[in-house]
Design a protein around this ligand. Structure first.
Ligand SMILES: Cc1cc2nc3c(=O)[nH]c(=O)nc-3n(C[C@H](O)[C@H](O)[C@H](O)COP(=O)(O)OP(=O)(O)OC[C@H]3O[C@@H](n4cnc5c(N)ncnc54)[C@H](O)[C@@H]3O)c2cc1C
Length: 469
């Protein structure tokens, strides 16, 4: 299937009427109230205009939308939280299924599971599970969509304890390209469930996710602590020691950045380079001092916001640092270790960084995810202990945007030699090629291609990081 798009206003109106009659939820066309909201993405660099936006209220609407797109040979996309940096949530001149009206979370505290609808943000899920002192590993910006995050693997502060988000995925309901509703788990459609755990966007439209929960919080110790960039050499070395000795209950992200003009940063530090650690300790609070002693031993921070606080706050205190509508361009690699050479390279490249809103840093992942076999879900990358990110952000009217993007690419070339060879599908930008997708899945790629051919032989679901043979 090559894919066509709706060509004229006349055909759009006729088709829209046909589809509208089949839905319980909403159908939006360009110009309709709500259309703009539904089609504005977190990454302002990406603009696309779907011909049709379906806002389902349940699985039956999703089936209608999938069959309609298939029968009319329309590109189809799924929008959950709209945070994918590559802008895969929208199908240009095609049909977008916007999940924003399916936002329910049902927690079974006895069974320790949450049944989550795909329009939920991470904050929606954390909020409901934390009522019971439970959580599953999710990312640390609360506005991100749970479906997009989970279907690509999913990582966050709890990954060291409980693995990728998909390691905690128990069951999924999915509408496949043939319009069938399938429930899949480790006991049912095993190959489909394996592929969904890392490449889910390629297999269909997920309408429900069941996630395993663990005892976490509701109070944890977390926050931010930062030192002047002039101490970067020492802080980076200390970071390696801290992360190699840390209990799994402690996750520490390290980020080199310009201090934002935020109220919690002393004014004399606004706009100056700092080394920040974002910390989440979710273990026994009586052992906080012991767990954080190596961080505290660094002394003289210029920002110190570490405190006992609700887990939901730790999961959202960075929200304002990545505002919707700015332009974003990232490159990421998984790492197995932090060598002296890598640490020095990271420091040097940030010292020369021309982008005021850039961040270069490490996510601390090693732990439970390394306990599984590489073939336990398509997500793979079981050798990852860190993710390294070179992240650029600038405003939409920034005249140096092209130069900044090139800087990120050049910086990435300098750190690529330290990669495991793997990278995170959910952090890939629109210009990354097919080889990057193959690199993500490594030895799992060929099996994925076979499963994709079985469940989506015509590649209906191709507005994503697409698996092609
Ligand atoms: C500021 C920010 C912080 C982030 N932090 C983290 C983090 O801490 N941990 C982490 O793991 N990731 C993180 N990410 C990456 C995030 O996981 C991806 O951007 C993910 O794609 C976002 O999902 P979404 O639902 O918000 O996005 P969307 O753009 O709505 O969806 C992304 C893609 O997922 C697929 N998809 C979404 N819903 C469905 C569905 N129901 N059925 C089938 N396919 C679907 C579609 O292909 C869609 O294009 C972050 C991203 C941003 C922008």
């Amino acid at each position: 299937m090559t894919g066509s798009t709706i060509a004229t206003a006349e055909t759009t109106t006729a088709l829209a009427e046909e589809l509208r009659r089949r839905l319980r939820g909403t159908l939006l066309l360009p110009g309709d109230t709500g259309f703009e909201d539904a089609t504005r993405l977190w990454n302002g660099m990406i603009e696309k205009t779907p011909a049709l936006v379906v806002q389902p209220t349940g699985t039956a609407d999703v089936v209608e939308a999938v069959c309609f797109a298939r029968d009319h040979d329309l590109p189809v996309s799924v929008r959950s939280g709209g945070h994918n940096i590559a802008g895969t949530a929208l199908a240009d001149r095609g049909l977008t299924i916007d999940m924003s009206r399916m936002r329910g979370v049902d927690v079974d505290s006895e069974a320790r599971t949450a049944t989550v609808q795909p329009g939920c943000t991470l904050g929606d899920v954390d909020r409901e599970t934390q009522l019971h002192g439970l959580a599953t590993p999710l990312g640390f910006i609360s506005e991100v969509g749970v479906a997009g995050l989970t279907l690509g693997g999913g990582l966050g502060y709890l990954t060291r304890r409980f693995g990728w988000t998909v390691d905690n995925l128990l069951e999924v309901e999915i509408v496949t390209a043939d319009g069938r509703v399938r429930r899949t788990s480790r006991d049912d459609h095993l190959d489909l469930f394996w592929a969904i755990r890392g490449a889910g966007a390629n297999l269909g439209v997920v309408t429900s996710l069941v996630l395993r929960l663990h005892e976490v919080g509701p109070i944890v110790h977390g926050g931010l602590i930062a030192w002047p960039f002039e101490r970067a050499g020492e802080i980076l070395q200390a970071y390696r020691a801290i992360t190699s000795g840390a209990p799994r209950e402690l996750a520490v992200w390290l980020v080199l950045l310009e201090a934002p003009p935020a109220p919690f940063v002393p004014e004399q530090w606004h706009g100056r380079r700092i080394c920040a650690m974002a910390v989440c300790y979710s273990g026994d609070l009586a052992k906080t001092d012991e767990a954080l002693a190596p961080i505290r031993a660094l002394g003289d921070p210029v920002v110190d916001l570490l405190a006992d606080q609700p887990y939901t706050e730790v999961q959202s205190y960075l929200d304002d640092t990545e505002p919707k509508g700015n332009h974003y361009y990232w490159k990421t690699e998984y790492l197995a270790e932090l060598s002296d050479e890598l640490l020095a390279t990271t420091r040097d490249l940030f010292a020369d960084c021309p982008i005021p809103g850039a961040e270069v840093g490490f996510l601390h992942l090693g732990g439970a995810l390394n306990d599984h076999g590489d073939d336990d879900g398509a997500v793979g990358n079981r050798d990852a202990r860190f993710a390294l990110g070179v992240n650029g952000m600038w405003e939409a009217d920034e005249p140096n945007g092209d130069r900044f993007r090139q800087w990120v690419r050049d910086a990435w070339e300098r750190v690529r030699p330290f990669s495991t060879g793997g990278n995170y599908i959910n952090f890939q930008t629109a210009d990354e090629d097919e080889q990057r997708i193959r690199d993500t899945y490594g030895a799992n790629f060929d099996r994925l291609v076979e499963i994709k051919r079985t469940y989506d032989p015509d590649n209906l679901f191709r507005v994503n990081r697409n698996i092609r043979g």
